[in-house]
Design a binder for this molecule. Sequence first.
Ligand code: IPM
Ligand code: MN
Length: 354
Amino acid sequence: MVSHKISVIPGDGVGREVVPEGLKAVRAAAEVTAAFDIETVDYPWSCEYYTQHGVMMEPDALERLRDSDAIYLGAIGFPGVPDHVSLWEMLLPIRQQFDLYINLRPIRLLPGIEGPLRDRGPADVDFVCVRENTEGEYVGVGGRIRAGTADEVVTQTAIFTRKGTERVLRYAFELARRRDKVLVSATKSNALNHSMVFWDEITQLVAADYPDVAVTSTHVDALAARMVLNPQLLDVIVASNLFGDILTDLGGALQGSLGLPPSGNIDPEGRFPGLFEPVHGSAPGRAGQGTGNPMAAIWAASMMLDAIGEAEGAALVMSGLEAVALQGPYTKDLGGTASTVAVGDAVAAAIRGR
Ligand code: IPM
Ligand code: MN
């Protein structure tokens, strides 16, 4: 039997409450398949850790994480530590230094969950966003001078490399080829006359290798409107780091709750362990009540199993999640009264019942 080593970072707030439910689902799937096992290593790195140690993670954190098959993260962020500090000391370095250049975010309204759009149901909302995850608007290049004065100047520079742009587009074309062969590349080349004109050029360049995929470049503002008005036209979206970030929260809303969408940070070349997490944050205001929705974390756990080669386990976790999406129990965000643990237990039971 294969044993997979998973680094677990519950993090802050509701992250700590949803992570055990995701692992519960993974263990249930492992039992049912009897094909694999997981060995977890827990790391306490979080904002609480920061207040005690002055750093978000230990200095050798990346080396330790590297030595695992996947990283499973709850959420990071808590009042008292500025978000740009906690994120720039943990999540963003992992994504960037491990070169996890694909951020895969399925946007699918699960049957049983009420979406926010009148006349649009699960058959209409079923697409995936491929978000660039290592560069673009998130490189952290910039500076601030004459701070606090009337002459203050601030820059925040986006960086798009040819390699970085080409590889994310290529991944998206490959994915589109395996799905409906319809790809939308999010652009804004009317206003961003350097970066997005370049992005469009690379889109065309890569498109030449995928004549079977219908690709259009659509301005991100218009694409946001399309996601709401005509989501049924969408299948694969590819977007820069920031555009993908914004579109996928909109996508989460289309899924009926931010408690649902998962996020897989992946190195398709397999050099580094992927990082799997809910799209949602730590929700400090709601932490400690045991009412957070664990579904995004469970979905992320399914993506993690897929990434480590446990397709059957991944499908089992997903089918357990889908069963609970259909009949409940539901947490508060979905109009129910169930606790985080009750939903996690229900998913695990549904997996065992398969
Ligand atoms: C996400 C989050 C992060 C991002 C934040 C927490 C830095 O919003 O994963 O979507 O912007 O990438
Ligand atoms: Mn986001």
